[in-house]
Design a protein around this ligand. Structure first.
Ligand code: ADP
Ligand code: ADP
Ligand code: ZN
Length: 216
């Protein structure tokens, strides 16, 4: 049983580590960004609304986000734990989420804060490529696919996300500092925060996370 939150700005390596953590501890990864992109792709009412914010790197309004996350966490596979990637992103979301967990007599075990310098974040997000179909993540320098432009996992084309332009990334960094950074102190006060140096190899970052969790 493990209930985790991954914290850190865009490009810190949350998605990359989420895949590894999910495999090792057998918990489902819930990535709000990925759920939202799926809605956008399918042009659902939520997707059409969310897209207005996502395109420019702004946050989707709290009420919409909370409803989607709560619905997802009520599903059967989350009963034995989960890993949240990209949620909560505001103090309002965190408070509402605490109430939700309390109503289920649950609590968060650990919040993993992945820390990376601003310049590295830009380098990582601008060089990021993702599979259009399965969402697997690559980097033009640090994690190129075996065949250029093609996903290793499913063989479909890999593309650059619309919000990984330098302009949108800069906007997202500002939004992160203002809206999400306060969560570091929020969870620190609760005594569940673990700080991880994200500027190391993907393997070393993962090892540090495993050590911080203290469960083998
Ligand atoms: P990254 O992986 O680059 O950090 P995400 O995939 O997590 O980005 O999120 C992409 C976009 O989806 C965000 O820029 C934001 O517009 C929206 N989004 C994702 N999660 C949330 C959230 N918890 N609250 C508000 N907006 C969110
Ligand atoms: P996030 O989900 O926090 O936005 P990602 O996991 O998508 O971050 O990583 C952003 C980009 O940086 C991706 O292209 C990924 O391949 C690359 N990346 C992730 N972790 C590392 C690392 N430790 N070293 C170098 N590149 C990394
Ligand atoms: Zn794929």
């Amino acid at each position: 049983m493990l209930r985790l939150i991954l914290l850190g700005p865009q490009g810190a390596g949350k998605g990359t580590q989420a895949v590894r953590i999910g495999e090792k501890y057998q918990v489902p990864t819930i990535s709000t960004g990925a759920i939202f992109r799926e809605h956008v792709k399918n042009e659902t009412p939520f997707g059409l609304e969310a897209q207005k914010y996502m395109k420019g790197g702004d946050l989707v309004p709290d009420e919409l986000v909370i409803a989607i996350v709560e619905e997802r966490l009520k599903e059967e596979d989350c009963r034995n734990g989960f890993l949240l990637d990209g949620f909560p992103r505001t103090v309002c979301q965190a408070e509402r989420f605490d109430q939700f967990l309390k109503s289920l007599e649950q609590s968060i075990d650990k919040v993993i804060n992945i820390v990376v310098d601003k310049q590295v974040l830009i380098d990582r997000t601008v060089g990021r490529r993702v599979c259009k179909v399965c969402g697997a993540t690559y980097h033009i320098c640090y994690k190129p696919p075996k065949v250029e432009g093609i996903c290793d996992v499913c063989g479909n084309p890999i593309i650059q996300r619309e919000d990984d332009s330098e302009e949108a990334v800069t906007r997202r960094t500002e939004v992160y500092i203002k809206k999400t950074q306060p969560l570091v102190e929020y969870y620190n006060k609760k005594g569940v925060l673990a700080v991880i140096n994200g500027q190391q190899s993907m393997d070393k970052v993962f090892q540090d996370i495993v050590d911080a969790l203290g469960v083998k």
